[in-house]
Design a protein around this ligand. Structure first.
Ligand SMILES: Cc1cc2nc3c(=O)[nH]c(=O)nc-3n(C[C@H](O)[C@H](O)[C@H](O)COP(=O)(O)OP(=O)(O)OC[C@H]3O[C@@H](n4cnc5c(N)ncnc54)[C@H](O)[C@@H]3O)c2cc1C
Length: 399
């Protein structure tokens, strides 16, 4: 076994292969690079996809980015959101969630499009000579026989070998041979449209949520003077519906008129959830991020939960002995499984509950919801609610 000396610390010679250069795979590569661990990231796409998707980076994730020396570029590229104003039917404000006291260093949620997150994470890897990103590598199989190294096979030929493999290839990771870990899951039968526009709303740096009798609208400030609008569809699936439907529903429910504004990016989603039965195979092949769990994007927790997986896994791999083919420390692996599955289960449950309450329609349910929200946001409970939405209360690994 050879020993690698990096900076002030000595590291055992561990080789990690990460499948997927999404936000979770790239953050993990940064955390391993920081620890001097040799890492190869295999990514099927030849370039970073332009889509916006995840925008909310929560304070616990900012702590992890800070540890990786990445918080400054994130703050430069993002926009801090310190308040979320909640409205009922007719637009009347019911109360405000204030993030000012949720965290001593990061008293906000950072809004940053996923493409910028990916660009920052990948660009930072050039600092670490021990990390390589191999784009255009479509992984088709991951194999290990418990006694030797993990063999990762790329479509068209080619194999990469490591002591450990982390599969962070998103929700369809099970399509990779050798990673067919059973998952539970389901759909919520709710459908949403979303689009990013130049912001002419005058809503400034605040997030705004409208929970109305005909459906929900969410609106978040983005960097670069932009704003994201998300609407719950009142009927049918998003198929064939796009910005005109979004514009009509935003106007009807919030009073904001987006007519004439061209979307800079638009998309639709029908949330579902899934949870892998196990987050590792034999302590050598690990799942992280959407490969292990997916949840409704309403609540903005999916990527953040994956970031916490990456942080925990970096410590597990650092603490492993790196003997060729040896599994990581059994107790550390068991803790990863227990801890991260519990955190993902809690986050998934909260995302589902938040979406169920927020999307209730009809006059009675809507009036009841408005009463409860107004009471909660104007009571001492509001501090706990802000911590809850900022994911401070999800169990976290402490090294
Ligand atoms: C509309 C929407 C809004 C969202 N908003 C938020 C939010 O505000 N906050 C939040 O926390 N989360 C949010 N999410 C969830 C978030 O986008 C995901 O949780 C996050 O992208 C998961 O990251 P990941 O790295 O695990 O997987 P992915 O982002 O899916 O990345 C997986 C990567 O693996 C690659 N890959 C796949 N298969 C292979 C293969 N066989 N070989 C090689 N490479 C492969 C893919 O090309 C991809 O680059 C949102 C999701 C949606 C859909």
């Amino acid at each position: 076994m050879s020993v690698v000396k990096t900076g002030l610390r000595h590291y055992l010679h561990i080789v990690v292969v990460i499948v997927g250069a999404g936000p979770v795979g790239l953050l993990l590569a940064n955390l391993l690079g920081l620890r001097g661990i040799r890492t190869t990231v295999l990514e099927r796409s030849v370039s970073i996809p332009p889509g916006s998707r995840a925008i909310g980076v929560m304070p616990p994730s900012l702590e992890i980015l800070n540890e990786a020396g990445l918080v400054a570029p994130f703050l430069t590229a993002g926009r801090t959101v310190r308040r979320a104003v909640v409205h009922g039917t007719g637009g009347a404000p019911l109360g405000t969630l204030q993030f000012a006291r949720v965290h001593p260093d990061f008293p906000y949620v950072l809004a940053i499009p996923q493409v910028a997150t990916l660009e920052i994470l990948e660009a930072n890897l050039t600092k670490y000579p021990c990390v390589t990103v191999q784009r255009g590598s479509d992984v088709v199989g991951v194999e290990s026989d418990r006694s030797g190294p993990v063999q990762v096979t790329i479509a068209g030929g080619g194999t990469v070998t490591g002591n450990f493999c982390v599969v962070a290839a998103g929700v369809r990771s099970g399509a990779v041979a050798g990673v067919e870990i059973p998952r539970r899951g389901g759909n919520y039968n709710r459908h949403f449209l979303m689009a990013d526009f130049e912001d002419e709303s005058g809503l400034g740096d605040d997030a705004h949520l409208w929970f109305t009798r005909s459906g929900a609208v969410e609106s978040f400030p983005l960097p670069g003077g932009r704003r994201r609008w998300i609407v719950q569809l009142d009927s049918g699936t998003p198929n064939g519906q796009s910005t005109p439907a979004l514009t009509r529903l935003v106007h009807q429910r919030s009073g904001y008129d987006l007519t004439g504004a061209a979307p800079l990016w638009e998309s639709s989603f029908s949330p579902s959830w899934s949870l892998a039965d196990r987050f590792h195979r034999d302590g050598q092949i690990f799942l992280a991020g959407d490969a292990a769990h997916t949840m409704s994007p309403i609540g903005g927790q999916g990527m953040n939960t994956g970031f916490a997986d990456a942080r925990h896994l970096a410590a597990v791999l650092e603490g492993s002995h790196g003997n060729s083919g040896a599994a990581a420390d059994r107790e550390a692996v068991a803790r990863y499984q227990r801890f991260r599955q519990r955190a993902a289960t809690i986050a998934t449950g909260r995302a589902a509950a938040g979406m169920a309450v927020g999307t209730l329609t009809g006059p009675v349910a809507s009036a009841l919801r408005s009463g409860v929200i107004a009471a909660a946001l104007n009571s001492p409970l509001r501090g706990s609610l802000a911590r809850h939405f900022a994911m401070i209360t999800i169990p976290r690994f402490a090294s």
